[in-house]
Ligand binder design. Structure first.
Ligand SMILES: [Zn+2]
Ligand SMILES: [Zn+2]
Length: 282
């Protein structure tokens, strides 16, 4: 069975007029899973007809601001756009699956939106309780097993951010790995072995090192370069490498340059592009 991957946001912490923050949508076996929720995620999802109320789960690779910037928007918008029906008198809680710390971030987000939640409960007779959520924290192992879809989390290395997770989404005999932000590591190698595709954050180390700002150069410490991500894909034997979270932003006309750097280490299919770039595997 095929798995469809849509790069909802290919940006980074640096605001970009053309790139939303990090977020990837995975659709498989009739289920829709959002991985990370960077700025603008619901605007991009709307562009492909996906609403917050149709998400089956939200997965968080880690708690860096660029990956959770729109967590509040996802939670509140899902809440106010999910309508009770006869078969489902109470909307299903949104599963939010992430590393330890996720529950604290979600609780703080609900607190931040506490006034809003109170206003809406006071105003709408059919909203009687805060957003229903089902927060689960993992460091590794099976995090989802529903219908034809199974999701496994594995540890990645984005220190000093820790713990961080990669996710392997499996649907029958097809598997896709969402690596997130990480340097090459044994955890990701194990998680991604034999997968059909891997979505990986990439940094152009050659360009970043030209910047005369140490704070910018620091990002090379805990991200993979294009070549490192490609080497990880090669070691894992994945068929398709999907590059995202480009730093610096991928500029139109430079695609072949990025592709060449990856192709030096990886001889499979290489996908990259703009927000809403869609890849189907399996
Ligand atoms: Zn990060
Ligand atoms: Zn990031």
């Amino acid at each position: 069975m095929s798995i469809e991957i849509t790069l909802l946001g290919t940006g980074s912490p640096i605001p970009d007029p053309n790139r939303a923050g990090p977020a990837t949508l995975v659709r498989a076996g009739g289920q829709t899973v959002l991985v990370d929720c960077g700025r603008g995620v619901l605007q991009r999802a709307a562009a492909i007809g996906v609403g917050a109320n149709t998400l089956d789960a939200l997965l968080l690779t880690h708690l860096h601001s660029d990956h959770i910037a729109d967590l509040g928007d996802v939670i509140i918008t899902r809440w106010v756009t999910a309508f009770p029906s006869e078969s489902h008198p109470a909307p299903a809680p949104l599963p939010i699956i992430g590393p330890p710390g996720t529950a604290a971030v979600v609780a703080a987000t609900l607190t931040a939106f506490g006034f809003d939640i109170g206003y809406r409960i006071a105003h709408h007779d059919d909203l009687t309780a805060p957003p229903p959520l089902d927060v689960q924290e993992y460091t590794e192992g099976v995090v989802w097993d529903r219908g034809a879809v199974r999701i496994v989390a594995g540890p990645t290395d984005h220190r000093p951010v820790e713990p961080t997770l990669g996710f392997r989404v499996e649907c029958e005999d097809t598997a896709v790995v969402l690596a997130g932000d990480t340097v090459p590591c044994a955890g990701l190698d194990a998680l991604s072995a034999g997968a059909d595709a891997m979505v990986h954050t990439v940094i152009r180390e050659d360009l970043v090192q030209l910047m005369p700002l140490q704070r910018f150069k620091d990002i090379c410490d805990y991200h993979s370069s294009v070549q490192q991500a490609a080497a990880t894909a090669k070691r894992a034997g994945v068929g398709t490498l999907i590059l995202t979270h480009y730093v610096p932003a991928l500029v139109p006309g430079q695609e072949d340059e990025w592709r060449r750097l990856a192709a030096a280490e990886f001889d499979g299919r290489i996908e990259l592009g703009d927000d809403l770039h869609r890849v189907e595997v399996g």
